[in-house]
Design a protein around this ligand. Structure first.
Ligand code: FHN
Length: 433
């Protein structure tokens, strides 16, 4: 009997241990950063690496089955002579974005920062020799823009990324090292990213989907490692799944939360964490010289408004050219977004998805009792707002503050307009009782 109780106690203690590992309690600073993250609403995603020289996107090593040792020689010619961190950050600010997420190391395995963990990095392997991530970090801190680091879990350029995943199989790696060394490499690089570049808003992982779903990435240990260095740093993982314990925000790729038009989000159940959607401005992440299919200004503004109405942030991508500049058309589009935000920012920043959920006509955002009704696509001059048990106190146009007529009806109110709205975004500011 004594043995039975001893075994029982040991089992319970063991279970307690498991729970202790599984329960992640975010720090007060982390919770504050989550709320600030939600308030920021708009970020600029930057995919930049030696692949930009090939001008065919960031997957070229895999897509063309280039030998990884030949690909690595690209680094010897990487000299982004026009790179100017101050200009990048001031352009991002002019776009109205509040944070940058930049590829510190993408799937090709090339580190865009001065890492001591491998000579395959911008400082040691290129004639440029400058740590662009450090320059960017300093400028972000100076200009008040938050900095997030994209970090690839998978690596097509290292032999200790073993077992190989479902991608990068044709790049010529035969002599394979061991996973433990790769895992330690990642931890060491994360330590560098979180100690040498000041306060970091988030580490944004990608590539988990490269391995089978039962593969043990020991993510929780990686997340704990991050939080042990910067407890306030948000952990975001673009795994296309519901959030995993230890994460601080949930990101969606090329789709609004809850949608799956592109196929990435079939299993991406929406959790309880702050939300983000990342999207390309044309159809490419990394610089692609033949992809000029940029979304129009109106499409981009609509997408920003829709993400806010879906209670999410928009992370809108640019793929800088090999000389270190943003494509002109990307700058034009960002500036158009910035101009629009100068006028309408109050209806976006600091808001949450509104009481009235997304509809075909548009979305709502909300701050306290103020509901911003964003009419994006309406052919009628009246709009029914399902408000549940809430009542309207007043309604006016956001621009010009002109009274908008409304009628209380069961379950909500009907707004009446002089004509069907034809603005990019006709915003009605509704005060709720
Ligand atoms: O493979 C990457 C891709 O290159 C890009 O970084 C995007 C950004 O969300 N994520 C991956 C695809 O899921």
């Amino acid at each position: 009997m004594k043995t039975f109780y001893t075994v029982l106690i040991l089992l319970l203690l063991g279970a307690g241990g498991v729970f202790a590992q599984q329960r992640y309690v975010p720090s007060a600073e982390n919770l504050k950063n989550r709320a600030e993250f939600q308030d920021m609403k708009f970020g600029v995603f930057i995919h930049w690496g030696i692949y930009s020289m090939m001008a065919d996107g960031e997957w070229i090593l895999n897509n063309k089955n280039i030998n990884y040792k030949e690909y690595a020689k690209l680094a010897q010619g990487f000299y982004p002579s026009k790179f100017d961190a101050a200009k990048w950050v001031s352009d991002v600010k002019a776009a109205g974005a509040k944070y940058i997420c930049i590829t510190s190391r993408h799937h090709d395995g090339f580190s865009m920062f001065g890492t001591k963990q491998s000579p395959y990095n911008i400082v040691d392997a290129t004639p440029f020799k400058r740590d662009v991530i450090k320059e960017l970090a300093d400028e972000c801190h100076k200009q008040g823009i938050k900095l997030h680091f994209y970090y690839s879990l998978l690596d097509w350029g290292r032999t200790d990324y073993n077992p190989l995943g479902r991608t990068g199989k044709g790049v010529g790696r035969t002599d394979m090292g061991n996973w433990a060394s790769y895992y330690q490499f990642m931890l060491n690089q994360l330590t560098e990213l979180l100690t040498n570049y000041g306060e970091i808003g988030a580490i944004w992982f990608d590539g988990q989907w490269d391995q089978p779903s039962d593969f043990d990435w020991k993510l929780r240990d990686i997340y704990d490692h991050i939080h042990s260095i910067q407890p306030g740093c948000l952990v975001i993982n673009n795994h296309h799944l519901a959030p995993i314990e230890g994460e601080d925000a949930q990101t969606f790729e090329k789709d609004l939360p809850g949608h799956n038009t592109t196929g990435f989000s079939a299993d991406a159940e929406i959790g309880q964490l702050p939300l983000e959607t990342c999207e390309t401005m044309n159809n490419s992440w990394g610089y692609n010289i033949t992809d000029l299919k940029y979304k129009s200004e109106k499409e981009l503004i609509h997408y920003l408004v829709k993400t806010a109405g879906n209670n999410a942030n928009l992370l809108m991508n640019v793929g800088p050219r090999p000389n270190g500049t943003f494509p002109d058309i990307a700058i034009e589009r960002y500036m158009a977004m910035g101009d629009w935000l100068k006028q309408y920012g109050e209806t976006i920043y600091g808001t949450r998805g509104g009481l009235v959920g997304p509809h075909d006509w548009g979305v709502t955002t909300q701050k306290g009792n103020t509901l911003y009704v964003h009419v994006l696509n309406l052919a009628d001059n009246a709009l029914y707002l399902p408000l549940g048990d809430k009542k309207v106190r007043s309604a006016k146009t956001f621009i010009g503050k002109k009274t908008v007529k409304y009628t209380d009806v069961p379950g909500g109110a009907v707004l009446q307009f002089d004509k069907a709205p034809d603005e990019t975004d006709y915003v009605v500011q509704v005060e709720l009782k």
